[in-house]
Design a protein around this ligand. Structure first.
Ligand code: TEU
Ligand code: CA
Length: 555
């Protein structure tokens, strides 16, 4: 495999709105990020991805952009961003922005012009169609609920929005639109950013002409993913975009792609792939019900192991997946992948080591490094996220009580990961001196960075050690390029794999339960590289792993 500059890097996702507020308005900002660059450096981070910071009416937290060339005043100014990029560069930190080009905001000037003259030049920047018998042009459901077509005033015309109605889809079939998108990408790359995380990108190719599908719920609509499954040719757009932009700058790109098939992986992340990497979402889509969150099946430790290993096998010899346990759209990994009632610091550290040392690019989401857990709000009114409110409705339409619907929301809401970062135990967890835009989680007096920095056994210090281990000159090539072989598959609630280097083998082994487990070693190991307990009980041939003990062993 040809080496790339980003292969050995560790990435960190910042959700700016909830990271650190420096002017007391309750909203995190770019100056907050600048002030924490040294912190990220200390943690061992190389690449930071900022969720959208562009001008936006915030119908979907900035994923609805009204001007791609401006910074939203909530976050600061273009000078602040330039300072962030420059200060990052001084510290050898690379900055990624979020590229949201499946749709823009309905407040973007393109869409405003399209509304004024739907049959004119700008009308063709979007998908605008005549209604059918006084109804929507087709029966597809948007991701956030309801028909994906919205009527334009009292005309017989409708525009398409696969997400919120304030997020009209851009017409990628129009070469002028594509050219404007590529120009914008290049403008940002020239500013000195290192690349992009690419939002919702598989949605850009629609199956045309639009038509009806077999309804899958009582609302008479069909999931828009049915339409997306039918289309062909998305790769032509993606490769054209790559050639016109990223490739010229040797930029790093990570695509938000779900449910990719093995045959397609090479086109995404192979030597000639359209992206550098894509996220591995296999654990997050596992057990997800088409009916809604209320019907999801929880992921057990053995499911978790299977998802990880299946992905590893899929990508072997092809390219680099990006590994995560959470992001701004998902609940907290520790609350999701550690069975209820077992979420101790030991378990958090075990999960960290198991996912982090898989082959691929490790991404950490803000707060993950201190083991932040799901929030527990008392009432649906405390939630802000549009998809959370939609899922709550769906659950109730399906006969769940308010309490049961709230239970589903507590498990899966995107706000679980969107509450403010817990810096210390002062008021508002040190996030703001004002009123936080989303309530701070109640557990901040016990889970916060300030306490953990002072405690060498904290989750935070474990993450530091883990990152340092992956970057250790001696073992780096094994962790980055070494093939992964699953081990001890016959055992339940144990996740173990070898990373095979040129000169050594490294075993990562985690006891995924509270009770002790006994393991027969294939041969004696040489050194313990990492242990989430102070000691390990063993007799040369056997290991006796304590509950949620994880070890990294050098052979
Ligand atoms: O997410 C795309 C996506 O498919 C998710 O919306 C997912 O289906 C949803 O989060 C489940 O609740 C991206 C962004 O990550 C997300 O924050 C945006 O809301 C979305 O695109 C629209 O831009
Ligand atoms: Ca602020």
């Amino acid at each position: 495999m040809k080496k790339q500059w980003w292969h050995d890097k560790v990435a960190y996702q910042i959700y700016p709105k909830s990271f650190l507020d420096t002017n007391g308005d309750g909203i995190g900002d770019l100056r907050g990020v600048i002030s924490k660059l040294d912190y990220l450096k200390e943690l061992g981070i190389d690449i930071i991805w900022l969720s959208p910071i562009y001008q936006s009416p915030f119908a979907d937290q900035g994923y609805d952009i009204s001007n791609y060339y401006e910074i939203d005043p909530r976050f600061g100014t273009m000078e602040d961003l330039q300072e962030l990029i420059d200060e990052a560069k001084k510290r050898n930190l690379y900055v990624l922005l979020d590229l949201v080009v499946n749709h823009c905001s309905d407040e973007h000037e393109w869409f405003q012009k399209a509304l004024k003259d739907p049959n004119g030049e700008y009308g063709d920047y979007f998908y605008i169609r005549e209604g059918k018998d006084g109804k929507e042009p087709s029966n597809i459901r948007s991701y956030f609920g309801g028909n994906a077509w919205e009527q334009i005033g009292d005309t017989g015309l409708y525009y398409l929005h696969l997400f919120h109605k304030k997020q009209p889809d851009l017409n990628w079939e129009n070469p002028v639109v594509r050219k404007k998108i590529y120009d914008m990408i290049n403008w940002w790359l020239k500013k000195g950013i290192a690349g992009f995380r690419i939002d919702a990108i598989m949605n850009i190719k629609k199956a045309l002409p639009f038509h009806d599908y077999e309804p899958d719920r009582e609302d008479g609509l069909a999931d828009c993913r049915l339409m997306l499954k039918e289309n062909k040719g998305v790769m032509d757009f993606l490769k054209e975009m790559r050639n016109a932009t990223f490739q010229k700058y040797d930029a790093f790109t990570v695509g938000e792609v779900f449910n990719e098939k093995k045959e397609e992986l090479c086109d995404f992340i192979g030597e000639d792939g359209c992206f550098s990497s894509i996220f591995d979402f296999s654990q997050t889509v596992f057990g997800a019900s088409e009916k809604g969150w209320y019907d999801n099946r929880p992921v057990t430790p053995d499911d978790y192991r299977k998802c990880c290993f299946d992905s590893q096998e899929r990508a072997e010899g092809i390219g680099f997946l990006s590994n995560i346990i959470e992001n701004h759209d998902e609940p907290r990994g520790v609350s999701r992948y550690i069975p209820e009632g077992e979420c101790s610091d030991a378990a958090k550290k075990m999960l960290a080591a198991l996912y982090f040392l898989l082959k691929g690019m490790p991404f950490i989401y803000q707060g993950q490094e201190i083991g932040m857990e799901n929030v527990s709000f008392e009432s649906i009114d405390q939630y802000d996220d549009i998809s959370t409110l939609e899922e709550y409705q769906v659950a109730m339409e399906n006969g769940l009580s308010k309490e049961q619907a709230l239970e589903a929301v507590k498990r899966y809401s995107r706000d679980n990961a969107r509450v403010p970062f817990q810096w210390d135990d002062s008021e508002n967890a040190g996030f703001t001196t004002g009123t936080a835009w989303l309530p701070v989680s109640k557990d901040y007096p016990s889970i916060n960075l300030h306490h953990q920095s002072a405690d060498p056994d904290s989750v935070f210090h474990f993450y530091k050690k883990l990152i340092a281990l992956r970057k250790n000159e001696e073992y780096k090539d094994t962790f980055v390029y070494g093939q992964l072989t699953p081990a001890y598959l016959e055992m339940e609630r144990l996740m173990a794999y070898y990373r095979n280097g040129v000169h050594e083998r490294i075993l990562v082994i985690g006891n995924y339960k509270m009770e002790e487990q006994e393991i027969d070693l294939e041969e004696p190991y040489r050194i313990i590289l990492l242990n989430n307990y102070k000691t390990v009980r063993e007799d040369g041939k056997k290991l006796f792993l304590k509950g949620y003990q994880v070890l990294v062993l050098l052979f």
